[in-house]
Design a protein around this ligand. Structure first.
Ligand code: AMP
Ligand code: MG
Length: 404
């Protein structure tokens, strides 16, 4: 039985790093993709001293003594609106009407908001003074032209897309998506539109795994259900491996008579590199290589499949795309109730992160075990119980992996 870290080391050592597999896509299609070029700013941001308020651009020395009962009086000489600058100069005793987002005209050093100003016949009365730079976002404070904004290997989030847009990246170099074929094994499985008979269940893993794999950047093809038949399993794996970078199977990797994934892989000449990991759930996780294709044989139970995917398959898919940060974030929080461990295996208990009495807690889900899709739907974290611990008492500080 391999430790989780050792299994992951083996998997990542056999996972190719993105090299030539890049393509250029329009920014609108780049969301969630992996950046393959560094992003450099082509201009200062903001590109000019910019008004943060609607009001008047003034010289702070002219209005230093302004008070409600003794307003400063200035002469209105023009206006600056977003998209159109005022081209003149603000001299002694002068003010320019200005809108949020407009460039602050030369000569002015501050903007006073319209709420403390009244205007009559071109005379601007300010009831409050300004400080220099008040209500101005200075040119270049967010970024200077030529700065490194984002490095290759970052996943393009919506916020990152806004940065790329600001610096003119209409086309973006990203990694080609790894092609992944999903196979769900099990003679008990029926399709989602069918009514299962007494000993059958609906295939649900295809849908969770497709979602997880897509979120990790893969292009997912589902080849559906494979019955627990040796030849059928072998053929399905061979056909999938011929067209995929990654074949992901669920089920058929335990110790039962009809667990045929490993025997089929062996017969196909695959190199089996991981076949048992000291974890709970997820112990029978299989990783193999068939030619250049990576094969993940994930355990069949819906929760085991999800845990094993996040710990092993997700980092491999990210590595294939050149992602810098392969691992899910972890947090420390107090557990709301006791958690059982599974020594000598490391345990991952599905849980929910909640705020109770002003502190972060993880609340272990009440679940019927690793088949419980209904309970797992509520999980956003996995509490990690180390291999040498029988468990935790309520209130103890624990480590948890964030799933979202
Ligand atoms: P296995 O690893 O094939 O022994 O499967 C373990 C458990 O997971 C069994 O109870 C299976 O019925 C269940 N299971 C396997 N594959 C799926 C699937 N695609 N969707 C839902 N449950 C599954
Ligand atoms: Mg099975």
């Amino acid at each position: 039985m391999l430790r989780i870290e050792d299994a992951l080391d083996i998997i990542l050592a056999h996972t190719p790093t993105a090299t030539n597999n890049k393509e250029e896509v329009p920014l609108a299609d780049a969301l969630g993709r992996v950046l393959r070029q560094d992003i450099i700013s082509d201009l200062d941001l903001p590109p000019f001293d910019r008004a943060r308020m609607d009001g008047y651009a003034v010289r702070s020395v002219d209005v230093a003594t302004a008070r409600p009962d003794q307003p400063a009086q200035l002469k209105e000489i023009g206006e600056a609106v977003a998209g159109q600058a005022f081209s003149g100069f603000v001299g002694v005793g002068e003010a320019v009407r200005i809108m949020t987002g407009a460039p602050v005209p030369a000569g002015a050093d501050s903007v006073q908001k319209i709420e403390v100003i009244s205007v009559n016949n071109g005379v601007v009365e300010l009831y409050e003074p300004t400080r220099p730079n008040q209500n101005i976002t200075p040119r270049g404070i967010e970024a200077k032209a030529g700065n490194l904004m984002l490095q290759a290997g970052a996943v393009i989030s919506p916020a990152a897309a806004a940065v790329l847009a600001s610096f003119g990246y209409a086309m973006v170099e990203v990694s080609v998506r790894p092609r992944l074929v999903l196979l769900s094994t099990g003679s008990e499985l029926v399709e989602v539109w069918e009514k299962p008979s007494a000993a059958q269940i609906r295939n649900s893993n295809t849908f969770s795994l497709a979602g997880y794999a897509q979120a990790a950047g893969a292009e997912v093809l589902s080849a559906g259900v494979v019955r627990d038949d040796f030849n059928e399993t072998k053929l399905a794996i061979a056909e999938a491996a011929a067209i995929a970078d990654v074949v992901m199977l669920s089920g058929g990797v335990s110790m039962g008579d009809y667990d045929l994934v490993k025997p089929a892989l062996k017969e196909l000449g695959a190199e089996i590199l991981v076949e048992k990991v000291a974890m709970h759930p997820g112990k029978p996780t299989v990783f193999a290589k068939l030619g250049e294709t990576l094969i993940f044989g994930l355990p069949g139970n819906p929760v085991s499949v999800a845990v094993s995917f996040h710990i092993f398959a997700r980092p491999a898919l990210l590595k294939m795309q050149g992602v810098t940060e392969l691992h899910l974030p972890r947090v420390f929080a107090h557990t709301a109730t006791a958690v059982k461990g599974a020594p000598p295996r490391r345990s991952h208990q599905p849980a929910r992160l909640v705020i109770r009495n002003g502190r972060a807690e993880v609340e272990p889900l009440k679940w019927a075990g690793s088949s419980d899709v209904v309970a797992f739907m509520q999980a956003d974290t996995l509490i990690v119980v180390p291999e040498d611990r029988k468990g935790y008492e309520a209130g103890e500080l624990v480590e948890a992996v964030l799933l979202k």
